[in-house]
Write a protein that binds this ligand. Structure first.
Ligand SMILES: Cc1cc2nc3c(=O)[nH]c(=O)nc-3n(C[C@H](O)[C@H](O)[C@H](O)COP(=O)(O)O)c2cc1C
Length: 363
């Protein structure tokens, strides 16, 4: 069985170099059409992209989403990405802190506060690992890295493909209820690429969860990542299972649209965000901010390195700003209220998974 360190190294290499995107499924954000404003009546420089999340002011609604930690290479990547977030005014997510919980000696690979003293930093742990921890142990993970909030990730699909992965997902909701009540910092319930459905959203609201990162389908397929690992290890049954579920999940656009009316304080749209227009579309559906993982990792690991990652984020910001001018939106609250037309498959997902309206059900 691979060690956590080996698995993390495999994940970084596969995500940086191999095709581990969804094959046929997209985010469905392409079904969101923002409405052109031919008379914007403002300057491009009037557009204000800023937002306050978890008490931290961001210059733009962008988060470099949770990726790594636990090895020397992971530590270098965390510090590079966190320092970009600090310089640019974005949020930054650490990868799963399971490794540091098991081996406190690797905690340094998660420590980024010296290069990101003011940035929004999100801690990260899996719900299955959190279930086995006391609330104080989970709080230590937050405090050790100076995080502003803790992402608790849900990833049953990838675990099922991973040889030796978790198979018992019981008491997840109880764990989230306990952490939301007792942790003392905001808890963000986060998927890892298969999305959060409205039924799960309702259960989260019932136990007091205020913040979600939908990490929906259409970007990185974590089933795909584990399928490639299974193939490399010659594990044919795991590979066959993974091939069958490669495109499994709720598309990012559908997650955001369906969770938006539920009263969450924060909805982060992660999963397949590829452009500033995607960010604008997600915000118009009701997201508070957008997260990007693999696209930023790939840019950072390319020959262009840090400059390439910053260049990509620059392009996303420029596109978001243009989308806001062309919809006549001066700030993000205006974008979240902007008219939009939802077509195609996204309209079907929303229609078929929305609760029946009281007037239609005769109430
Ligand atoms: C290399 C890599 C490692 C990741 N590790 C974690 C993790 O430890 N915890 C977590 O919550 N999500 C993890 N993710 C998932 C991302 O945060 C994100 O939810 C997912 O990749 C979808 O976003 P994307 O399409 O922009 O990659 C990881 C993603 C990548 C690319």
């Amino acid at each position: 069985m691979a060690t956590i360190g080996q698995r993390k190294a495999d994940h970084l290499a596969l995500c940086a170099e191999e095709d581990v995107g969804f094959h046929g499924m997209t985010t469905l954000l392409e079904c969101v059409h923002l409405v052109h404003d031919a008379l914007p009546d403002m300057k491009l420089s009037d557009v204000d992209l800023s937002i306050t999340l978890f008490g931290k002011k961001l210059r733009a609604p962008l988060i470099v989403a949770s990726m790594t930690g636990g090895t020397d290479e992971a530590g270098r990547i965390n510090r590079e990405l966190a320092s970009i977030a600090e310089e640019r005014g974005y949020g930054f997510g650490l990868g799963s802190q399971r490794a540091m919980h098991l081996r406190p000696g690797v905690a340094d690979s998660y420590r980024v506060r010296d290069v990101a003293p003011t940035a929004l930093v999100l801690g990260n742990v899996g719900v299955v690992q959190a279930r086995a921890m006391t609330t104080s142990e989970a709080r230590v993970l937050v405090d050790e890295v100076g995080a502003d909030a803790l992402c608790v990730h849900l990833n049953p699909a990838m675990e099922l493909i991973q040889p030796g992965g978790d198979r018992d997902f019981g008491h997840g909701l109880d764990t989230l209820r306990r952490l939301a009540r007792d942790l003392g910092v905001p808890v963000v319930v986060k998927e890892t690429g298969c999305g959060i459905s409205p039924a799960v959203g309702r259960r989260l609201r019932e136990v007091g969860i205020q913040h979600v990162d939908v990490s929906g389908a259409g970007g990185t397929s974590w089933v795909g990542v584990e399928t490639r690992r299974a193939a490399a290890a010659g594990d044919r049954p795991a590979q066959a299972l993974g091939d069958a579920f490669w495109d499994w999940g709720v598309p990012t656009g559908a997650c955001v649209a369906l969770l938006a009316p539920m009263g969450f304080e924060t909805i982060v749209a992660t999963g397949g965000i590829a452009s500033g227009l995607d960010v604008a579309r997600a915000l118009a559906l009701g997201a508070s901010a957008a997260g990007l993982a693999r696209p930023i990792l790939r840019a950072l690991m390319s020959s262009g390195g840090r400059a390439a990652a910053i260049g990509q984020l620059d392009a996303i910001e420029a596109e978001l700003r243009a989308a806001m001018l062309l919809t006549g939106c001066r700030d993000l609250p205006a974008l979240r209220r902007a008219p939009r037309v939802v077509t195609g498959s996204l309209a079907s997902w929303v229609e078929q998974l929305s609760p029946p309206s009281p007037s239609l059900s005769g109430a």
